[in-house]
Design a protein around this ligand. Structure first.
Ligand code: ADP
Ligand code: MG
Length: 725
């Protein structure tokens, strides 16, 4: 007998055990029974060869009459033709490139053969049938009973280990297994009418019928979702137990003064989220909150209010931004929004005020020294920066809150590096640039509480998006440039976005898009070609500037500032403007070779226009033909401004690993069946069950098996994480 922990060699021969290990990394019986079938083949009922009709799923009992293996005409490879007979008629079986089967399929042997009847050269045949040869002298009847009309699992296989061989191994393992204890609490199992773990494994590898197999698969998929969610719920509870400095809201402070000076009303959504954050901050435990929201929904102001509340209580806040452009912009907008409140301790500053400072990798030594000093002595209540904030020389007087903007670019390790700089675990607010479906958020950020901003501020103008198909309608391009001229004539500004910096395809772009498009082409627009072309041609006379990742930080900053001030009409740029850039006077964006960008990225990009009081227009220029997948993607972007819907479309085209992101490498390897998008409702159920269970039994004292399973999962994740790190 064997347990899930037994070595596979306990149930299969040493040679096979070795192959299982080298090909699939299977080393225990547990690994083997969790090498799940991909699908099932249904074998037909036993029939006579003479009765077969084309298209039948059939099984026949027959004797091998002849075998011939011959090379294919005109191309590489060979075909093995095996003719069998059952006394009523003859039938040919064909195998491509499987000459090795000849040594099994010897003339005179009896066997069962299953497959779908096809016709070739007017002869009935079975191509690549499943078969089982009946050992000489064994009982034909029981062999027939065991073979015909059954569901045959099809496994992920290799040439060294074909599916039928894996099936044999799995059967051996299933047969040898002792009783397995089920870690899933019975109440949960019964609620969903799931089989026990043991039944599920048996039904998956030897299904009585497809319904049983399906139910078994669902149970095992649920297990993955449940374990993951349980782990996240526990982790979240543990984080909540940590001690932190409570940052209770005070009246008459910086935050109140700021609220009074706000030139607009907060949206209902913003108010609700601010309340959630306020109550989190008042706790003596660290907040762990994810703020996700539609592009332009006003996340920054929500974060700023949280930072001010912390400053009011005597602490400091750090704002971590993914790029220097964005960090510099945050500094500018926050200083502008705070006005005199950002001049604490300075002549003319408010007595309630504080200071805001910036720490980036490229700033001058002098600027850096000043910023470091202000962070260290607490003069700066708000410290904004890029990765440079994580550096050892950065010290805070009392870091109370970390805000991470555009989280998907930072890993958990980086969050942690910043947390180290606080006396007690600080409060954490993570903002995502791209709205993501709830279940993805639950899986990727499951240890965070989630706040969502769906609505856009009142008076926000709609963005209209059109595809400009230059192949079919070459004159539309001219029209696009005219639209820019019209907008500029009305005092507005424009973006022109190109995928590349220079024409040289080896010089690289700001974003790595190869995962979507493979081969590079020479005809891709570049900033450095486009700007002079527009300057000399269709946009002659307009003030045009360029922006891309290879300009120095000072150049980038100067250009962005000039654009914000309206000194530039048209900014020709790469995707450096993708996240967060906020210039409300910009109303039109032309995206060249838009098919080179991902769906969410296009949504982010176009979110740069229509931020003020005038409607936005986004033109997606593409050379792709109608009805191609690339064009369909662009049509989808043009058809909706719902970022949640678009991110789903985007995610559906990625591999599971890309959906979960790099920081989740430890999680991925445990998801054999679960797919975050496909299995949404299952994940929701699992989350509810996990929440409920853990609420009644914090330490899972009554569920030792579940506790053990979770500990194992946690260890594996940590190991995977280190491996990949
Ligand atoms: P995102 O959520 O994409 O980061 P931002 O925080 O950059 O969006 O906000 C977009 C713009 O909307 C900014 O110019 C901001 O000042 C403005 N804004 C934010 N909240 C409101 C509001 N309640 N009413 C009007 N404008 C707002
Ligand atoms: Mg933003």
């Amino acid at each position: 007998m064997a347990t899930l922990e037994s070595k596979v060699s306990a149930v299969v021969g040493d040679r096979t055990a070795k192959v299982l290990n080298t090909v699939f990394g299977i080393s225990t019986v547990g690994d083997l029974v969790r090498h799940y079938p991909r699908r099932y083949m249904v074998r037909g009922e036993l029939s006579d060869i003479s009765q077969l009709r084309e298209g039948d799923e059939t099984t026949i009992l027959a004797q091998i009459y002849s075998t011939t293996n011959r090379p294919l005409r005109g191309r590489k490879g060979s075909i093995l033709e095996v003719v069998v007979t059952d006394g009523t008629d003859k039938l040919s079986l064909t195998f491509f490139n499987q000459a090795w089967r000849e040594k099994d399929l010897k003339v005179g042997r009896q066997g069962l053969f299953a497959g779908k009847v096809g016709v070739f050269n007017n002869k009935k045949q079975l191509a690549h049938p499943d078969y089982e040869l009946i050992p000489d002298g064994s009982d034909v009847d029981s062999a027939v009973e065991g073979f015909a009309g059954k569901f045959l699992p099809v496994y992920p296989a290799s040439s060294k280990l074909p599916s039928w061989k894996i099936s044999q191994c799995a059967q051996l393992a299933i047969g040898a297994l002792d009783e397995i204890e089920d870690f899933l609490p019975e109440s949960i199992r019964e609620r969903h009418a799931y089989p026990t773990l043991q039944q599920a494994l048996v039904q998956l590898h030897q299904p009585a019928d497809l319904d049983h197999a399906e139910n078994a698969r669902e149970r095992l998929t649920f297990d993955e979702a449940f374990l993951l969610q349980a782990l996240l719920v526990i982790r979240r509870n543990q984080l909540k137990k940590l001690n932190s400095t409570s940052r209770k809201r005070i009246t008459g402070g910086l935050l109140d003064a700021f609220d009074k000076s706000l030139p607009f009303e907060l949206t209902a959504g913003q108010i609700a989220v601010c309340k959630e954050i306020e109550s989190d901050l008042a706790q003596p435990h660290p907040m762990h909150r994810l703020l996700q929201g539609e592009v332009g929904s006003g996340k920054t102001i929500v974060a700023l209010r949280a930072m001010l509340a912390v400053v009011d209580s005597g602490g400091q806040a750090a704002l971590l931004a993914p790029t220097e452009v964005l960090a510099a912009q945050h500094l500018r907008t926050i200083e502008k929004q705070l006005g005199t409140l950002a001049q604490g301790g300075m002549l003319g500053g408010s007595d309630k005020g504080t200071q805001v400072t910036l720490i980036t990798g490229s700033q001058s030594a002098q600027a850096r020294r000043e910023a470091l000093a202000k962070a260290a002595d607490g003069t700066a209540g708000i410290v904004i920066g890029t990765h440079a904030l994580l550096g050892e020389s950065v010290v805070f007087k009392d870091l109370g809150l970390i805000v991470v903007d555009e989280q998907h670019r930072f890993g958990v390790e980086q969050r942690d590096a910043l947390k180290e700089k606080a006396v007690l675990p600080p409060h954490l607010l993570v903002m995502t640039a791209t709205p993501i479906p709830r279940t993805v958020a639950m899986t990727v950020f499951g240890d965070l509480d989630v706040s969502t901003l769906r609505e856009l501020p009142l008076g926000r103008q709609p963005i209209t998006t059109h595809v400009v198909p230059v192949k079919e309608k070459p004159n539309y391009m001219e029209r696009a440039w005219t639209r820019i001229r019209e907008e500029v004539a009305q005092g507005h500004q424009a973006y022109v976005v190109a995928p590349r910096i220079t024409a040289d395809p080896d010089a690289g772009a700001d974003a790595d898009l190869d995962f979507l498009f493979g081969e590079e082409s020479d005809e891709i627009s570049s900033v450095e070609e486009l700007a002079p072309m527009l300057h000399a041609g269709p946009l002659q006379g307009l003030k045009i500037a360029i922006l891309h990742g290879r300009l120095s930080a000072d150049e980038k900053d100067a250009t962005m500032q000039a654009f914000s001030k309206g000194e530039i009409d048209v900014l020709v740029s790469t995707t450096v403007i993708e996240v967060g850039v906020d210039v409300p006077n910009a109303t039109i964006m032309v995206i060249m070779d838009a098919d080179r960008f991902g769906v969410s990225q296009l949504h982010q990009l176009r979110g740069r226009v229509g931020r003020g009081t005038s409607p936005g227009l986004c033109l997606l220029v593409s050379h792709c033909e109608e009805l191609t997948p690339a064009r369909e993607r662009l049509n989808a972007v043009a058809a909706t401004v719902d970022g949640f819907e678009l991110s789903r479309i985007d995610l559906e085209q990625r591999r599971e690993g890309d959906v979960l992101g790099a920081s989740q490498s430890g999680t991925q390897s445990h998801l054999r069946l679960l797919r975050v998008l496909r299995d949404e409702s299952l994940i929701e159920l699992a989350r509810e069950d996990a929440d409920q269970l853990i609420a009644t039994d914090n330490d899972l004292t009554n569920y030792p098996l579940l506790k053990k399973e979770l500990a194992q999962l946690q260890r594996d994740q940590a190991v995977d994480y280190l491996d990949k790190g």
